[in-house]
Design a protein around this ligand. Sequence first.
Ligand SMILES: Nc1ncnc2c1ncn2[C@@H]1O[C@H](COP(=O)(O)OP(=O)(O)OP(=O)(O)O)[C@@H](O)[C@H]1O
Ligand SMILES: [Mg+2]
Length: 355
Amino acid sequence: MIVTELKCRGFRNLQDITMAPCEEVNIIYGENAQGKTNLAEAIWLFGGMKSFRGAKDQELICHGKEFAKLELKFRNSLRENMAQITVSNKRNAVLNGVKLPGAPALIGKFSVVVFAPSFLSIIENGPSERRRFIDTAVCQLRPAMAAPVAEYARVLRQRNSLLKDVMMNSALLDLLDVLDEKLCRAGETIIKARKDYLAALAPAAEEIYTGLSSGRERIGFRYCSKFEEGAMAQALKTARREDIMNKTTSVGPHRDDIEITLNDTSVRAFGSQGQKRSCAVALKLTEAEILKNATGEQPVILLDDVMSELDVSRQDFILNHIKNRQVFITCCEPGTVLRSAGGKTFEIKNGNIFN
Ligand SMILES: Nc1ncnc2c1ncn2[C@@H]1O[C@H](COP(=O)(O)OP(=O)(O)OP(=O)(O)O)[C@@H](O)[C@H]1O
Ligand SMILES: [Mg+2]
């Protein structure tokens, strides 16, 4: 997957810009608050997912403007493509002249992986971030999984609201049975897909992490759930009385976690800053690898502000590892990165781009 041209109009602080990146390493540098992350975000949106900053659509539009328009020319193994995204009160997308039902329909068309500093929270924070990571990765890999993920969230909301009423009205217990069945069906599908993903992730991540740490540490993953796969129905039944009392659903994939370990020790609990950072980067590079193996298309890699936080040997490993694919690296000080990377450099100043 190669981006050949990006155009932005009315997007965040970016001026009306056109950018023609090279096929390998593109360095985007500039002082703070000039628009580097905004540019990475613009490319990211063509993957069809929500902003990696968790921004609402409205926040993407330049203050004082009515709408934002993005245009991306990219090449995959089959053809040249042109995609457009318009953000107004909603997000619309057009691919090769055909209007799509919505921006999420771009998922699987343009494949992209982003590392942003906030991704560190996947290591440091509670389980919800890890669940979101794995569900996003699963959906990107298997777009059909978006349906059970959405269904699960919907039924879970219904069940939780039903739990509030069931104490007063036991006639609702029948409905609870129905919801439990639906919840289990979607839930077990999600758990299976997550475990399949972890099974694919582990060996690839291990290889990358070994390189990143020069063979000093071994990364591992463990899926943590209160019940065995296939036993969610029983677990829900066992927890029902407690769930009714607490008015919330205590078992299911929305409560599961993925433990990440280095040399069999939890990184979250015991890892150093550098180890946490390295794990997060390794996870992202692995995600790219898995996408490539599954789709045959090498995803575009966006590394927002990552190099400055790593020591030279880890920086070098990343730059060597990402050869033969297109990458966008944002940084304030291009010095070290430039020296080893070559490629094309762009300076961003006040939303304008120069090269
Ligand atoms: N919708 C918007 N309209 C206008 N300006 C915006 C909008 N959203 C964000 N900005 C501004 O864009 C500027 C650049 O943001 P961005 O995050 O891209 O900076 P950056 O170059 O990545 O900086 P840093 O090096 O600090 O990460 C910020 O000053 C921000 O206030
Ligand atoms: Mg930034």
